[in-house]
Design a protein around this ligand. Structure first.
Ligand code: F6P
Length: 360
């Protein structure tokens, strides 16, 4: 193995730099292999200055840093790129130019760090002959094939801290505080953070909610003399008789941006319970900051594992955590079905045992 490249795509997540650092160190120390960094996702293959060498110096000090030293793009699908031509928006396929750039670089492997969108593209490129290894990243933890993605734990820490802080105002002012959390169509962040942060109601996309259930829960607390409550609502949660709240509609290229369910829930609680209710949308704070110790370790293991997988020529695969072990799984298998909260699992059961309302 003489030369590999690494890129980061999709939304940023804490731990991206830890992956890059581990991949570079492993490639150089174990395999004496050159590593190239690709800037801003797949775009770097065709943008001027988009390809540059990564060595020990380049990755020094980046382990605790959020973001990615490579930059990223979550609107960078080479097979369907929106551009303005003569004032008109068109969708173009620049995958040919990217494939040519990859071919000229004579790469032994391309390590792609990303979530479902970026890894779907990686899989398409692998089918065209690119020696791709994936690394699963997302705060949403919604990728199949792996027990955990890196970034999720840090997002949880941030969300839990937010719930702890909201408790103080809730209690002092006798209010209901609603925290809207990310996660797209998966409720992992809301469910885990809600449990860790002592939420009274947790709303997740996997369980459409009844307004009546939420109101009953808040009112029963008020009847018992507890004049405050905390609600953790996933951005993808929806009422049984309604749709997800869309902040910006999607189209043939981009998925819709979710947002707004927190306010919907707050309105129905203030009307149904007659209590003062406030909403906090935690937003991109969940993606920012220094990775937790768990994410630093997982990301480092993934980075090193990806380089070993490249040396073993396990292409069109991604590294994954299964139980205690880092292994590889075919991208096709990992991407076949997105991961969702197991409604019959121990976590959901425990939440119910604790008296947490899941809105159903
Ligand atoms: O997939 C990660 C994520 O943060 C989701 O939880 C969220 O819905 C989405 O990305 C937001 O994306 P953007 O930063 O493009 O608005």
């Amino acid at each position: 193995m003489k030369r590999i490249a690494i890129l980061t795509g999709g939304g940023d997540a804490p731990g991206l730099n830890a992956v890059i650092r581990a991949a570079v160190k492993t490639a150089i120390q174990v395999y004496d292999c050159e590593v190239l960094g690709i800037r801003d996702g797949y775009d770097g293959f065709v943008n001027p200055g988009g390809i540059f060498p990564l060595d020990h110096t380049a990755v020094r000090g980046i382990l605790p840093r959020g973001g990615t030293i490579l930059g990223t793009a979550n609107r960078g699908n080479p097979f369907a790129r929106k551009v303005i031509r003569d004032g008109v928006e068109v969708i173009e396929d620049i995958s040919g130019a990217i494939m040519e750039s990859i071919r000229q670089l004579n790469l032994d492997a391309l390590i792609v760090v990303g979530g479902d969108g970026t890894l779907h593209i990686a899989h398409e490129m692998a089918e065209l002959g690119v020696p791709v290894i994936g690394v699963p990243k997302t705060i949403d933890n919604d990728l199949g094939g792996t027990d955990y993605t890196f970034g999720f734990d840090t997002a949880l820490v941030t969300a839990t801290e937010a719930l702890d802080k909201l408790h103080t105002t809730a209690e002092a002012h006798h209010r209901v505080m609603v925290l809207e959390l990310m996660g797209r169509d998966a409720g992992f962040i809301a469910l885990h953070a809600g449990m860790a942060g002592g939420a009274d109601v947790i709303l997740i996309p996997e369980i459409p909610f009844h307004a009546r259930s939420i109101i009953e829960k808040i009112n029963s607390r008020i009847e018992r003399g507890t004049t405050f409550s905390i609600i953790a609502a996933a951005e993808g949660a929806r009422p049984v008789d309604g749709q997800q709240q869309i902040a910006r509609p999607g189209d043939s290229v981009y998925v819709p941006r979710l947002g707004g369910i927190g306010q919907v829930v707050a309105d129905l609680v203030s009307q149904g319970c007659g209590v003062e209710t406030r909403v906090t949308v935690l937003g991109h704070l969940q993606r920012g900051g220094s990775p937790s110790a768990f994410d630093r370790v997982l990301a480092s293991r993934f980075g090193a594992g990806a380089v070993h997988a490249a040396a073993d020529r396990k292409f069109d695969c991604m590294v994954a955590l299964r139980g205690e072990a880092v292994c590889t799984v075919p991208l096709a298998e990992a991407l076949a079905k997105p991961k969702r909260v197991d409604l019959n699992g121990d976590l959901v059961r425990s939440a119910r045992d604790l008296g947490i309302s899941l809105g159903d």
